[in-house]
Ligand binder design. Structure first.
Ligand SMILES: [Zn+2]
Ligand SMILES: [Zn+2]
Length: 338
């Protein structure tokens, strides 16, 4: 061992007495310090410390003890060990892919180093989310999973919000990847509920603003009614349907009939479409009971946008940790869980 290890071993601790042999051949060998790793994590202490099975075995800087970690990912273990030894991890600088961040999170979680490396995890995740404003759904799922493992509530909230707002299709379809087991079923269900509520708000309330429902028969008595305008027969309900209004909201979404097919429309895109509506003028006024509206002002559409943004708020990590089942409702312990 002595003399040979210097060739293919990555030296992380010059005076290290343990070589971690990571992965399946070709393996990566990392010369590390037992003390640095044992101080950082109970799992390493149990693996390498004096009371461990390996603890009694002879080791020295000249004849380091080899320990096989066949199931682990070489780069992630190297990065994690460097950080635990207080060194730079060059591969974690600059633009780092979310796969890399997720794999690091898996290693950090497995070796119980979350406390020690939480700040690194935060920086990586927030950096990723900030730099990738057009991440795909699988990558956002990975970011949410990594945020769960790093116990980082802001990144988790951000990633889950974007999953609701920026993706289409069934979450279970793209959560069947490597990270699916990290995401609790309650999270999956709540994301689905939140996106469906936002879609329903668009489908039902956007027409309702410009074409308010009216249950009154046209001839009924009403304090709002101007009696001169009541000419229709009893029991005929008001019809506020307006072809021009429908056409305008359809045009805004680029569809030929309402509602739009949400397999092709994200909530983010829908919000932009609604903002672009401006003031919409109906062909005719609505009934007297509903205020004889001809023009629907932008501010009314912006109210829909605000409701959508509220519905799409990210999930609370504190609530996930507490095992709250319906995460689609706003957190009740915001201060505690922030
Ligand atoms: Zn009416
Ligand atoms: Zn909460």
């Amino acid at each position: 061992m002595a003399g040979t290890h210097t060739i293919d071993v990555t030296t992380i601790a010059r005076d290290g007495t343990v070589v971690l042999v990571v992965g399946t051949p070709p393996t990566t060998k990392l010369l590390v310090s037992t003390t640095a790793l044992s101080d950082a994590s109970e799992v390493f202490a149990a693996l390498l410390g004096p009371n461990s099975r390996n603890g009694q075995k002879q080791r020295s800087p000249e004849r380091p003890l080899e320990i096989s970690l066949a199931d682990d990912h070489a780069d992630s273990m190297a990065d994690m060990c460097r950080l635990l030894h207080g060194q730079c991890a060059p591969k974690l600088e600059g633009l780092v892919s979310v796969e890399k961040i997720y794999r690091l999170a898996v290693a950090v979680d497995k070796y119980a180093c979350v406390q020690r490396l939480r700040l690194h995890g935060q920086a990586l995740l927030l950096g990723y989310l900030e730099m990738h404003d057009r991440a795909g759904h699988t990558d956002l799922g990975r970011a949410a999973a990594a945020a769960l493992l790093f116990q980082h509530s802001r990144a988790f909230s951000n990633a889950t919000k974007r999953l609701v707002m920026e993706t289409t299709g069934c979450f279970t379809d793209f959560f069947t990847k490597d990270f699916a087991h990290v995401i609790p079923p309650a999270v999956l269900l709540s994301l689905t509920v939140k996106r469906a509520s936002a879609q329903s708000e668009i489908t039902h309330n956007l027409p309702r603003i410009g074409m308010p429902e009216c249950d009154r028969p046209d001839g009924s008595e009403s304090e709002l009614t101007d009696s001169e305008d009541m000419m229709e027969e009893d029991d005929v309900k008001c019809d506020n349907w307006d072809a021009v209004y429908v056409e305008k909201i359809c045009n805004a979404f680029g569809v030929s009939y309402w509602p739009p097919d949400f397999r092709h429309h994200t909530i983010s895109n829908a919000i932009q479409n609604i903002r672009d509506l401006g003031t919409v003028t109906r062909r005719a006024r609505t009934c007297q009971h509903t205020g004889a509206i001809k023009e629907v002002e932008l501010s009314e559409f912006l109210d829909v946008v605000r409701r959508l943004e509220k519905l799409c708020e990210g999930l609370c990590l504190g609530c996930v940790s507490e095992g709250v089942l319906d995460l689609s409702k706003p957190c009740r312990k915001r201060r505690e869980h922030a």
